[in-house]
Design a protein around this ligand. Sequence first.
Ligand SMILES: *Cc1c(COP(=O)(O)O)cnc(C)c1O
Length: 460
Amino acid sequence: MVGCARRAPQYEWMVPRAWYNILPDLGGALPPYLRPDGEPVRPRDLEVLFARELVRQEFSQERWIPIPSEVREIYLTWRPTPLVRARRLEEALRTPARIYYKYEGVSPPGSHKPNTAVAQVYYAAREGAGRVTTETGAGQWGSAVAFAGSLFRVKATVYMTRSSYLQKPYRRVLMELWGAEVVPSPSDRTEAGRKFLSEDPNHPGSLGIAISEAIEDAVRSGARYVLGSVLNFVLMHQTVIGLEALEQIRYFDDYPDYVVGCVGGGSSFSGLFWPFYYEKRAGKAERDVKFIAVEPAAVPSMTMGEYTYDFGDTAGLTPLIKMYTVGHTYKPPPIHAGGLRYHGCAPTLSLLVSRGEVGAVAYRQGEVFEAARLFAQHEGIVPAPESAHAVKAAVDIALEAKREGRPVTILINMSGHGLLDLQAYDEYLRGALADVVPTAEELAAHLARVRELIRGKGVR
Ligand SMILES: *Cc1c(COP(=O)(O)O)cnc(C)c1O
């Protein structure tokens, strides 16, 4: 392997050799994951599901975790990813702000997701697994797992939310091309799936339900489960994004005032901002950088939800996780940013939001697509509907900077391209985009159920 580089040496050095782990730098312990009986989850509880090395990483207090050479070798197919200054967008906005985007859409599946899929499937294969199971919303995560499965000859079974399965056939094709089996969720393969199907035979599904199905399948069959977001090890694998960006932005003689990313579970955003957070805490940041998490108004966990213990999935099979949530019983409207249709968000991100160290904003689908069109017209790249949330936030910050005459620097995560989401763009262009958001009463009802659930477990 050594000596037969995949990328020319001028690129190769920039790809990190270790992932950054934020846990030792949080200034306190993360609230523990809890079992249904209220007792803390022990590592061996998670080993029923995940590769042992991933469980070790989940609780590790080491700041730097070496990237296996087999994984880094594959990263070099598309990494380092470009960091681009959006000069034409800046000009269009007539803003003194400088806007940079880190473009993760150049990976084979078209998003940041293979950064962790490749690592997770590698560890599963190394520990002898012949099959992995997982869920997918828009199909981005499923295609990343299918891609990783093809690299290590591991069979992938992907439970795909029914609304996306129907709306986004090309992602299913991509997964099948890479050899995965794709099952629309809820399905009749699992007890959890059958329960939701019996309530509604045309159930659109949700990430939470698909997670329940993938977990049930893995536990019953002994396959390894792989997860696209939320847990510490997933976010850690994504730090290759921010570690590269740290090096790259210095070539511009610049440093961000704002680091902005969309949040479904929070992995791509964390992957970008954690290394900047590390510099800030270590007193090495060149500016007082702010971190802005952007979520859809249709699933407003950070801006309208509660910071409390809740299940990670809809059927209640996962441990209880302390996080911002709109309640695991909430049924997200079928917005096109399928990757953001998740009721909770990562526990590390939730902790930082609760302390005010990360800010959160929410946008509606219509205004997000408008910003995406502006971006496509000036920068060429068609953002994934998820990534477009970060674009919208950047545009707003840049316009505010213009009003205030402040030449701030904004770094956004362009977590994926939208070339397999053109159906959604078509609806936007034809004015046919639905823009459903929950009412405060609706959210209050779901959160009351969460409170009822955790009462009696002695959980705070
Ligand atoms: C899945 C996905 C997201 C949301 O997931 P995070 O874990 O919050 O990053 C964002 N952007 C794209 C392109 C995705 O595929």
